[in-house]
Each structure stands twice: as C-alpha cells, then as structure tokens.
Design a protein around this ligand. Structure first.
Ligand code: C5P
Length: 201
C-alpha cells in the first residue's frame, strides 16, 4: 500500500511526536524532514558549502548526535531558505513518501511542495509560548543550558524566517486539517491525528 501522511507546522508544535505516534499506530515509516536540514546545517557550521552538503547528504548523516541543539537549528533554518538546498533534498523525500507500506513525513512544506497529493495532511500548531516551553524541556533534558526567554526568541526567529522565506514558506496546505495542540496533552494530540488518518484509510 502507498499512503502518505504529511504533517507540517512550526518548530516544537508537536509534529514529531504526532508523526512518530501515527507511524507506530499504522505501521508506517516515519521521516522527520527537519533532520535533513539540520544535517546540512551541521556540515555548514563545520565549514561546508550548503548546496554541496545537501547534494552529498547520506542517510546515515541523519543519525549523528548533536543535530537537536539550538545552533544547528538556526543553521538549518538558514540553509533551508536556499532554493538549491531544498531542490537537492526533494527526491529523497518524495521517494520516502511513496515507499511501499505507508509513510509519515513531518516538516514545513510536506503538504504544500513535497507531497501535494498526500492522502492525509495535518497542520500542527501551538502558541509560541507553549512551543518554547516544550522545546526548553527537551533541551534541558538533553543537557543544554538555555533559558525560556532565549528558547522563545529562537522559536519566534525561526517562525519568522520559515514563514517569510520566498521558497516553500511555512503555511498550511489548503486541504490540511488544522490541529492546535496549545491546550492538548500528547495523548489528545495523537488521538486527533490518528482519527484523521483512520478516516482516510
Ligand atoms: O523541524 P526542525 O525544527 O527540526 O527543522 C529545522 C529547520 O529546518 C526549520 O527551522 C526549517 O527552517 C527547516 N525545515 C524546512 N522544511 C522542512 C523541515 C525543516 O525548511 N520540511
């Protein structure tokens, strides 16, 4: 079976959590596409050219530790504004989306650019404060020393850059289901997403 679930939304809205849970529930493969941009960003921080890094990216690069840190996140958001970087990462994402057995991809432009024909599209959002609170907890858990204010500023800066860029800006696809997780716990957000997928299967 070929079946694609496209999940988009701003940083730390819960896309990854929802995406992983939906994939596990239905036995689909899951790709966190932010990791592609993070892996390129990490190489750029080490001095690589962004376009060359994107063209040469190997799947193993997505498994390296350190991709979740705030410096890599900023670098990812910068390289993600370069059209040639996005173009270099397109074929891999489309191939993943149409693999046999079903796939869940989460990112910023999955429902709009990568998989406009996805069987299910979700746009997961939450207030900037709710998202900063969650990201702070994740970063502290991973051993990073950061403050709520710096995480909130980072979330807002990335929102602005991701929404305002000319190439594949962050916006809901016209046919996406909106899922605001500000007031939902993880189980509620997952249940809402699972219900949308179940209705389309
Ligand atoms: O989702 P995550 O925070 O890991 O993404 C890191 C950065 O990669 C985002 O801020 C965004 O600029 C970029 N990105 C993108 N398109 C995607 C996924 C991520 O532009 N599909």
């Amino acid at each position: 079976m070929i079946f694609t679930v496209a999940i988009d939304g701003p940083a730390a809205a819960g896309k990854g959590t929802v995406g992983r849970a939906v994939a596990a529930r239905f036995g689909f493969a899951h790709l966190d596409t932010g990791l592609l941009y993070r892996a390129v960003g990490a190489l750029v921080l080490k001095g690589a050219d962004p376009v060359a890094a994107a063209r040469g990216l190997v799947p193993e690069a997505l498994e390296q530790p350190g991709l979740r840190g705030p410096d890599v996140a900023q670098a990812a958001s910068e390289v993600a504004a370069i059209p040639e970087v996005r173009a270099a990462l397109l074929a891999f994402q489309r191939g993943f989306a149409r693999r046999e057995g079903g796939a869940v991809l989460d990112g910023r432009d999955i429902g709009t650019v990568i998989c406009p024909g996805a069987e299910v599209k979700l746009f997961v959002t939450a207030s900037a404060e709710a998202r900063a609170g969650r990201r702070l907890a994740e970063l502290v858990e991973a051993g990073h020393e950061v403050s709520f204010d710096s995480v909130l500023a980072d979330v807002k800066a990335r929102d602005a850059r991701d929404s305002e860029r000319a190439e594949a800006p962050l916006k809901p696809a016209g046919d996406a289901h909106l899922l605001d997780t500000s007031e939902l716990d993880v189980d509620q957000a997952v249940a809402a997403a699972v219900a949308q997928v179940a209705a389309a299967l």
